[in-house]
Design a protein around this ligand. Sequence first.
Ligand code: NAD
Length: 257
Amino acid sequence: MSLEGKTAVITGSNSGIGLGIARELAKVGANVVLNSFTDRDEDHALAEEISKDTAVSAKYIKADMSKGEECRALVEKAGVCDILVNNAGIQNVDPIEKFPVEKWDAIIAINLNSAFHTTAAALPMMRDAGWGRVINIASAHGLTASPYKSAYVAAKHGVIGMTKVVALETAEEPITANAICPGYVLTPLVEAQIPDTMKEYGMDRETVIREVMLARQPSKDFATVEQLGGTCAFLCSDSAAQITGTTISVDGGWTAL
Ligand code: NAD
């Protein structure tokens, strides 16, 4: 499969899953636009590294996904958007009565509203190009809930609902919209939580991973950013042309429980 000639815009892609997706899409020939809200040399260096490794065109565009106009500007600045991957996301864990209002607002803005704005900006480009893929990175928490994650669970369920609407609005066109629902993925963000959790529970690394982090993941193994990138590449392939308005879980069996 080749995505040569297609351009993918991946929000929140200077680390973790977004960066993994960008690398995998570049490997199969897509030009990629990386994004986050920072504008550091190392952000631009990531794009240069992908470009060097794969010979695709890669660039980094700063845009804050908590701001609607910047979400739309990201797509406009990209100039082309055949594949839109809405991946930017943040988390906060607190009981609902203590959940900070500003955290609620930021999670809904970054994890849900940004996908509305980028999709609205990207669909006309996909229609002009006669082909498009909208891929929303939701979560197992888009299909199930956990205590203390009210905003995250609400945003991820919302993103799946919006995915279905986009799929229906584009159903007769060569455009698809789907959501990927990862379980636990070993990103730098998750890796950084391991030492504190080891201290908190008095457990070694392996026990923390197996008994605490992967307690709800029957495979007892993390999903990888490469697997998520591969799932995105599959959704961009001709084999997936009739897959629209649905979710693909990459969660080691979490949602089968
Ligand atoms: P991460 O923290 O490594 O990546 C999040 C990305 O979003 C980063 O690139 C960050 O810079 C970016 N971002 C944050 N705020 C932003 C803003 N205001 N504007 C632009 N970019 C912003 O985390 P990750 O684990 O790679 O998560 C990526 C996505 O995958 C998120 O939507 C997350 O909810 C989802 N997810 C992660 C897991 C997991 O276990 N890691 C599981 C399920 C779903």
